[in-house]
Ligand binder design. Structure first.
Ligand SMILES: Nc1ncnc2c1ncn2[C@@H]1O[C@H](COP(=O)(O)OP(=O)(O)OP(=O)(O)O)[C@@H](O)[C@H]1O
Ligand SMILES: [Mg+2]
Length: 466
């Protein structure tokens, strides 16, 4: 059963088509003018449109255009009198599936409708197949198809269905919280709350009441009963971020919460039941913390039932550029600017850098570059200096004289030196010199002019702008 729109100003034709379509088992909507059809194009989905080419004084081409814009997958078949044959051909060019010439036989129209709908169906199936394929092994919101991340995705799928405690480990900024959210949202608790808590960010004296709640009068300032985050995460997931930072006494209580699914609010004498799934994360080596006596061994084993290790970005370099692309898209649209692209050189800097701050550092670098870039292409000089291999100035290499310095004059002098050295090494070719300094050609030219280093007649190998 397909949804078909009939557009014709002739009433008899509308009625005839409606009957025919109903006989074929489809649902027909009929309208008599172009305006109504255009409104429907915006508001209602159809699988097929049958439109007269001449609707009173208006043209069926408008209907075709509207549908190809608003519902590109909808097939449009034009009905035409011999006199409008030329328009029929134009319609085909604009994406109509086919046309029938009046007068036509029932079977003729029947066949065209059948074929158009088959094509439509096939397209749909392809589309859903494509979406399935591209998302296979992917987790919503997570970018990167490296083998290492695929393993992470499949582990997420596996653990999401259960309520097993999961420990997410990995360096800072690798995406541990994102993994925790994915485990939550892929599982049966997705409609419940996801309650994140950064165990390292809460003052030691307050952690317990934050997690397990407190009763009125438990301590100064506790003027009302508070349920605590474990309770708040009921039916959902509590995410204990930086779990390695938990004070030892709180660790004991957490252990109990996991074992007995009960917690005792601070100052209370009655246990309350909790039903939150627990996901914990840490960038510390918890086994090592256990050895050092900073983390309880029993709690470690309780949390570490299933471990998801998110590898550092430098161990999955093939994810760098797709992630960069993703962040360019995110931040360009956030800033309402056009979608930028990345120059080859900038890309190669990104790929060879080690990313100690992992995905978060990459995201920050891209966000900064998107903000700074004025043209359409992100050039290397828009990337943070450390990514371009600029070493921090070593201790002792420069000194601040007792009387201080004129920083700007000093930097100008330094810039002048570098510009000269680069020009000499590049044999005077500005474009090459710019590369040595990680500058765009335009920026190089500007700096040379500012420093009074550009030759009056630019005849030195730079063939125009970048
Ligand atoms: N695979 C990914 N795809 C898209 N965005 C990602 C991915 N991994 C991380 N991010 C983004 O990078 C940033 C850091 O991720 P997240 O906060 O999950 O890291 P983390 O491991 O919890 O870091 P920390 O240890 O510092 O808390 C977030 O903005 C997150 O959305
Ligand atoms: Mg985090």
């Amino acid at each position: 059963m397909a949804r078909v729109l009939v557009v014709d100003d002739e009433r008899s034709m509308r009625e005839y088509l409606e009957i025919l379509l109903r006989k074929m088992g489809h649902v027909a909507t009929t309208v008599a003018d172009c305006g109504s059809a255009l409104r429907l194009a915006e508001n209602q989905e159809f699988d097929l449109v049958l439109s007269d080419l001449r609707i009173g004084k208006e043209s069926g081409i408008e209907v075709l255009r509207a549908f190809k814009t608003a519902q590109p997958d909808t097939e449009v078949v034009m009905i035409t009198a011999f006199a409008t044959m030329e328009n029929a051909i134009e319609a085909m060019k604009l994406g109509a599936y086919d046309y029938v010439t009046k007068p036509f036989k029932n079977e003729e129209l029947w066949l065209i409708v059948q074929k158009a709908l088959e094509k439509h169906q096939l397209q749909r199936e392809n589309e859903s197949l494509r979406i399935q394929l591209s998302s296979r092994g992917r987790v919503a919101g997570m970018v990167g198809d490296s083998a290492a991340m695929k393993e992470v995705y499949s582990l997420i799928e596996k653990v999401a269905q259960s309520r097993t405690t999961v420990l997410v480990v990995g360096e800072s900024g690798v995406g541990k919280e994102l993994v925790a959210r994915a485990v939550h949202s892929k599982g049966p608790r997705a409609t419940g709350p996801f309650v994140p808590i950064n165990c390292g960010a809460i003052p030691e004296g307050l952690v317990e009441s934050e997690l397990f709640g407190h009763v009125r009068g438990a301590f100064t300032g506790a003027t009302v009963d508070r349920p605590g985050l474990f309770k708040a995460a009921g039916g959902g997931t509590i995410f204990l971020d930086e779990v390695g930072e938990l004070p030892l006494p709180t660790q004991v209580k957490l252990l109990r919460a996991i074992q007995d699914r009960r917690v005792k609010p601070v100052g209370g004498n009655r246990d309350i039941e909790v039903d939150a799934r627990i996901i914990a994360a840490t960038n510390r080596d918890l086994a090592e913390e256990v050895k050092e006596g900073r983390f309880r061994e029993d709690l470690y084993y309780r949390l570490n039932v299933i471990q998801v290790f998110v590898p550092p970005l430098r161990r999955r370099r093939e994810d760098i550029l797709p992630l960069a692309e993703h962040f360019i898209a995110v931040h360009s649209s956030e800033k309402g600017c056009a979608h930028l692209s990345m120059s080859k050189e900038a890309s190669s800097y990104l790929q060879s850098y080690d990313w100690p701050g992992n995905v978060r550092e990459l995201e920050n670098a891209i966000e900064r570059a998107v903000t700074l870039t004025e043209g359409a292409i992100i050039q290397p000089d828009m990337l943070p200096p450390q990514i371009r291999g600029v070493q921090p100035v070593p201790e002792g290499e420069v000194t601040l004289p007792p009387g201080g310095i004129d920083l700007q004059a000093y930097l100008d002098a330094l810039e002048r030196r570098f510009l000269q050295m680069a020009l000499v090494r590049a044999g005077g070719v500005k474009k090459e010199a710019a590369k040595l300094l990680g500058l765009t050609f335009r920026s190089m030219r500007y700096r040379l002019a500012k420093q009074g280093l550009s030759s009056p007649r630019s005849n030195d190998g730079d063939d125009g702008d970048e």
